[in-house]
Write a protein that binds this ligand. Structure first.
Ligand SMILES: Cc1ncc(COP(=O)(O)O)c(C=O)c1O
Length: 477
C-alpha cells in the first residue's frame, strides 16, 4: 500500500515527465516503495522482475530514465551515482534463522540479569532512595554496595574505587574532562590515539578548545599503539594518557600493562577505555599501572545506559554532574539502582565464565577464519591476528560495497556492522580502518563479533549464503 503523500508524489512525477501511468507502472512503483520501506535500499532489477513480472526491458520502456529514476519517483534518496547505496542481493533461505554477529555493538540482557531487573522493578529488592535513612533506603544502599563489590572483585580493587555512571560514554567523559578541569588554570598536554572511541576523542578535542595540547598517536599497521610510541610522546607537562584496551572496530589489544608501567614511572595518570575488554580479558588496574578505567553494561549482557569508572583512590576528579554526594562526590544524582545491580551481576557472571567462554569462542573464530579462507581467499583481516580478543573479526571484502553486504545479510537474519554503512546515511569509511592504512576504495569492511549465543552452526549458516551474496553484489554493483 502506498500512502497519500507518495501517491501525490507519483502523480506529480507523471505530470512532470508526461508519462501516462499504467497498472504496470503502479505495480512497479508500489513494489519499489515497499521494498525500500523494509530494507532502506532500492531493489535490484532481478527483485523487481521476480515480484512484478516486469523485465529489465519493460522497466526501461516504462521508465526511460532507468532504475534510478524509479527510485526518484517514490522518494528514495539518491545523492549521486557514486554515493548511491548499492542494491542488495536476492537470496532465498531454506531455514528461518537469526544469527546475531554484532556483540561489539551491544548484547542482549542475559536471563540471570533479567531476573535481577524483574525482581527490582517488582519492588522485591527495595525501591527506597539509597540516600534515605529508612530501612527501605538501607536495602537499596546495600544492593548498590553489593554490586559495587562485585565489580571491584573483578578488578581486584576497593569497592570505593568504583563509580557508577549512566553509560560507558559518560565514564569516558568523566575521566577525561574530570582531569582536564583539574588543570583548567595551567592546561597541559594529553596523549591519546587516532583510533579511540568518539567518547574519548570528542572530550579530548573539547579540552583542546580550552588550550590543552593534544597528541593523537597513530596505530601501527596491525592496529596497535606501542609502548615506545607513548614513551616518545610523553612530556614534562603531560597530564593524562588515555588509550583503549581493545578497539571496538578491529578488536586489537593494546599492550596496556607495558604502557601502564611507563605512565607509572612518569607519574602521569593512565586512563583506559576497557569497554570492549571487560569480561573478555583479565584487567587488574593495580598490577597494570592503570589510574582510571571505563566499563559499560550493555557489552556484557546488562542493560544499556549503565557504566562505571574505576578511579584509583589516590586520584581526584572534577565531576561532570554537580549536586548530591552520591558516588563518593563524583557523580550527583539518585542512583539507577536496578541497572547498577544488574551490572554487578553481569560483571560477576562474565568473570566466572571468562576462561571457558573465551576458549569456546576462539574455536568458533578459528573455524570462521578457515571458512573465510576457503570461500573468500582474497578477503583481508584488519588488525593483528595475534594481539586481539577472540570475539571480533574485522574483514575487508574486495570490490564489495559494505552497505549492500550488510543489508543482504540482514535480509536473511544475519546481523553485523559495516565500516561504512550506506544505510546509516554515510559512505564515509571508518577513521579506524583508514588509520591502519586499509584501501577503503577497494575493500568493503564488515565487523563480525561473537558472544554467548554464537555457535558453529551460525558460522555454517553464514557461509552457506555468503559466497552467493558476494557474487551477486559484485556482478550487480
Ligand atoms: C570502546 C568503546 N568505548 C566507549 C563506548 C561507549 O559506551 P556506551 O555505549 O555505554 O556509552 C563503546 C560503545 O560502543 C565502545 O565500544
Amino acid at each position: 500500500m502506498l500512502n497519500n503523500y507518495v501517491k501525490t508524489f507519483i502523480n506529480q512525477m507523471a505530470r512532470r515527465t508526461g508519462i501516462n501511468l499504467t497498472d504496470m507502472h503502479k505495480r512497479i512503483l508500489e513494489f519499489v516503495y515497499n521494498y525500500y520501506e523494509k530494507h532502506r535500499v532500492g531493489p535490484m532489477y532481478r527483485n523487481i522482475e521476480r515480484y512484478t513480472g516486469a523485465t529489465k526491458e519493460d522497466l526501461e520502456r516504462l521508465f526511460p530514465h532507468g532504475l534510478n529514476s524509479v527510485y526518484t519517483w517514490v522518494g528514495i534518496p539518491i545523492q549521486s551515482v557514486n554515493d548511491l547505496c548499492k542494491p542488495i542481493a536476492d537470496v532465498k533461505v531454506d531455514e528461518d534463522r537469526e544469527v546475531y554477529l554484532d556483540y561489539n555493538a551491544t548484547t542482549y540482557v542475559r536471563k540471570e540479569v533479567v531476573k535481577i531487573l524483574t525482581d527490582y522493578y517488582n519492588s522485591k529488592t527495595g525501591y527506597g532512595n539509597p540516600s534515605s535513612s529508612t530501612s527501605l533506603g538501607k536495602k537499596a544502599f546495600d544492593a548498590i554496595l553489593n554490586a559495587r563489590q562485585e565489580v571491584a572483585d573483578c578488578l581486584k580493587v576497593k569497592h570505593s574505587e568504583v563509580i557508577f555512571t549512566g553509560s560507558g560514554s559518560e565514564a569516558n567523559n568523566l575521566a577525561v574532562k574530570g582531569i582536564g578541569f583539574k588543570y583548567i588554570e595551567t592546561k597541559g598536554h594529553i596523549i591519546t590515539s587516532q583510533i579511540e572511541h568518539p567518547s574519548i576523542i570528542e572530550p579530548v578535542q573539547f579540552l583542546g578548545m580550552f588550550g590543552f595540547d593534544i597528541t593523537f598517536l597513530d596505530p601501527d599497521q596491525k592496529g596497535l599503539i606501542t609502548a615506545d610510541a607513548v614513551k616518545e610522546a610523553l612530556r614534562s607537562d603531560t597530564v593524562l594518557v588515555s588509550l583503549m584496551a581493545v578497539n571496538n572496530e578491529i578488536g586489537t589489544l593494546n599492550p596496556i600493562a607495558e604502557i601502564g608501567e611507563i605512565c607509572r614511572l612518569a607519574e602521569v595518570p593512565f586512563m583506559v577505555d576497557a569497554i570492549q575488554a571487560f569480561g573478555k580479558i583479565d584487567l587488574f588496574p593495580k598490577e597494570m599501572g592503570i589510574t582510571m578505567m571505563s566499563l559499560s553494561g550493555h557489552k556484557i549482557y546488562a542493560p544499556k545506559g549503565i557504566g562505571a569508572l574505576y578511579l584509583d583512590e589516590t586520584v581526584s576528579l572534577v565531576p561532570l554532574i554537580h549536586g548530591g554526594s552520591q558516588e563518593f562526590n563524583n557523580r550527583a544524582g539518585t542512583e539507577n539502582v536496578g541497572h547498577i545491580i544488574a551490572f554487578g551481576k553481569a560483571a560477576k557472571l562474565a568473570h566466572m565464565e571468562m576462561k571457558s567462554e573465551m576458549k569456546r569462542i576462539q574455536e568458533i573464530r578459528d573455524y570462521f577464519l578457515d571458512q573465510l579462507n576457503r570461500y573468500c581467499p582474497d578477503c583481508i583481516l584488519n588488525g593483528s591476528l595475534k594481539q586481539r580478543i577472540p570475539t571480533n573479526l574485522n574483514i575487508g571484502f574486495p570490490d564489495i560495497d559494505s552497505g549492500a553486504l550488510l543489508l543482504s545479510l540482514n535480509q536473511i537474519g544475519i546481523y553485523v556492522s559495516a565500516g561504512s554503512a550506506c544505510s546509516s546515511g554515510s559512505k564515509e569509511a571508518s577513521s579506524v580502518i583508514k588509520a591502519i592504512g586499509v584501501d577503503t576504495d577497494r575493500y568493503g569492511i564488515i565487523r563480525f563479533s561473537f558472544g554467548l549465543q554464537t555457535t558453529q552452526r551460525d558460522v555454517d549458516y553464514l557461509f552457506t549464503y555468503l559466497p552467493g551474496i558476494l557474487d551477486q553484489i559484485k556482478n550487480d554493483g
